[in-house]
Ligand binder design. Structure first.
Ligand code: ATP
Ligand code: SF4
Ligand code: MG
Length: 426
């Protein structure tokens, strides 16, 4: 997570590879959940939750993944951590194909790839003390940390800002933000290389969201972690991501480095999502401008629209958008886009005329002031995270700290993994 200055200064990237090297590579990844009906449970269709995506995650970076509810973000996260079995495509971790590894094959991998879950209330077993919860990965992996499990767990608790004396307390004795810190400690127990965080702060009060995001940011710096952070709110990932992937209905529609994406978004959907991001700077907010407000819900992933899946909500849609799916191609260095008529770039299919009826119903231009009010709370988080990112820059002058830092630790989402796999991968 990082400002550009921070990414240059990331001192300790886990031994998974030099900063910038490909850690995880995903090709043509699909997950179709079958829909079954009748006594014989015959398959009558499928929810195309993830429908052919390609991307890579580089060592030491934070990849933000954003998109509206139901676009397949969590499914993607569960696929790359192998909590779900893909329908098609491949997943390579450090050059090794892990697409279809079984439980046994994945066991060593579980140390390297961990997940932080959205809901800190349901992801911690209420009957276990936090000592047991954070120490579970050691037991599950048969690892005996130096000085013993208890000592290591207490160290981890203090790394995430909790009192090590609270080792014997139960989850209900902690606030939401503290519980998420416990989840983070568990995820870090085995010193993972890649951490996938699925909406890590969306269940928390606005006042604590920034604290947790900033904690994750600091831990990345200290421990050389690589993050995939899933969010529906661009304001949360903005200041912590090096690159951002924008998903729409099971597809990646734009993948770009953070600054290019914010300076000049190229996919109309990205532009619309950014319209909803509050501007924390009051001087800029007062500037007269209009925003794009998308109407209607995301279409069903059971039968997504033909051609470009966004054509039913896009104010620029033309006939070719209805018939031909645009490929994700690199239109500018470091900026991949799937659109026939991208923003801030030459039209890729200039012969077409806009489908006026669709365009009129698709989106609405709304005066800035109308949205400003509803955006107030997210603005507070964005501003606090941004402030932290700025403050964090001088820290790169002390790389020695990062190198000597011992990763925290304890997450066997292996336990969660097994459970979730049983409950969701049907
Ligand atoms: N186990 C499952 N069985 C059937 N359909 C599923 C399953 N899990 C997810 N889906 C469907 O797949 C689609 C994508 O779901 P997913 O949870 O990945 O979306 P999301 O982008 O994470 O949404 P949100 O922002 O609400 O968390 C949704 O339509 C969802 O209903
Ligand atoms: S212009 Fe066409 S291809 Fe581009 S997002 Fe809109 S509908 Fe899709
Ligand atoms: Mg989700």
């Amino acid at each position: 997570m990082t400002t550009p200055a921070k990414s240059e200064g990331t001192a300790a990237v886990k031994d998974g590879g030099a900063p910038g090297e490909t850690l995880l590579k995903v090709t043509g990844l699909q997950k179709h959940f079958p829909i079954k009906k009748g006594l014989l449970q015959r398959q009558v269709g499928a929810v195309r939750a993830v429908d052919g995506i390609d991307f890579e995650v580089r060592s030491g970076e934070t990849l933000g993944v954003v998109g509206e509810s139901g676009c397949g973000k969590s499914t993607m996260g569960r696929l790359i951590t192998r909590l779900l079995e893909p329908t098609a495509g491949t997943i390579e971790f450090e050059g090794k194909d892990i697409t279809h590894l079984g439980v046994g094959g994945m066991r060593p991998m579980r140390r390297d790839v961990q997940m932080i879950f959205q809901d800190p209330y349901s992801s911690l077993n209420p009957r276990h003390t936090i000592g047991t919860i954070v120490g579970a990965p050691f037991r599950l992996q048969g690892v005996e940390p130096e000085g013993g499990v208890k000592k290591e767990v207490q160290r981890l608790l203090s790394v995430v800002g909790l009192n090590p004396e609270h080792y014997n307390r139960y989850p209900h004795e902690f606030s939401g933000g503290q519980r998420q810190r416990i989840g983070i400690a568990r995820a870090l127990a085995l010193k993972p290389k890649l951490v996938v965080a699925d909406e890590p702060v969306s269940a928390l009060d606005v006042s604590i969201q920034a604290q947790v995001v900033n904690l994750m940011d600091d831990l990345q710096e200290e421990l050389g972690l690589t993050y995939v952070i899933i969010a529906h709110d661009l304001s949360v990932v903005r200041h912590v991501s090096d690159r951002i992937a924008v998903m729409y209905l099971g597809k990646i529609v734009e993948l770009a480095d953070r600054d290019s994406l914010y300076r000049a978004p190229m996919h109309p959907y990205t532009k619309a999502l950014m319209s909803a991001v509050p501007i924390p700077d009051p001087r800029r907010r007062s500037a007269k401008s209009e925003r794009i407000l998308l109407k209607g819900d995301v279409p069903s992933p059971i039968s997504p629209p033909s051609g470009c899946r966004f054509h039913t909500r896009c104010w620029k849609a033309t006939e070719i958008c209805r018939t031909t799916e645009p490929k994700l191609v690199e239109l500018k260095p470091g900026q991949q886009v799937a659109c026939h008529h991208p923003e801030n770039f030459a039209d890729q299919a200039p012969q077409d005329t806009v489908l006026l009826s669709a365009a009129k119903e698709a989106a609405e231009l709304v005066a800035d002031e109308v949205l400003a009010e509803s955006a107030e709370t997210s603005a507070a988080v964005a501003a606090e995270v941004a402030g932290h990112a700025e403050q964090a820059e001088p820290a790169k002058a002390e790389p020695a700290k990062a190198e000597s830092a011992e990763p925290a630790g304890a997450a066997e989402s292996g336990a969660d993994a097994a459970e979730s796999q049983e409950s969701t991968d049907k």
